[in-house]
Design a binder for this molecule. Sequence first.
Ligand SMILES: [Mg+2]
Length: 122
Amino acid sequence: MAGYSILLVDDATFMRMAVAQMLADTEFQVVGEAANGIQALERYRTLWPDLVLLDVVMPEMDGQQTLVGLKQLDPQARVIMASSLGEASRQREFIAAGAKDYLVKPYEQERLLQALRQAVQA
Ligand SMILES: [Mg+2]
């Protein structure tokens, strides 16, 4: 099974745990986690993962700023944004800034896997 490395970025520990559980026994391997954008950029530099799942609302540096930073660091970065329904109106803004997709939390495993699979094939 071909594997893809993924960095999980969310300030909520339980959310990262839930995603990690959903990705267990799939082709996606969680190689790192971050609780804010600053950590995310640090981890990305070290890990250079195939994918980033990026929360929007976070302290220190939010998801939008982080997206910009990631794309500056690596224009090829594959980033999927995720947030609550309240941020969904910003979806087009995120896609325009280079995000591959946008997911509404709480995560549904099917939709999550679909988004990740599409992102690595694109
Ligand atoms: Mg958050």
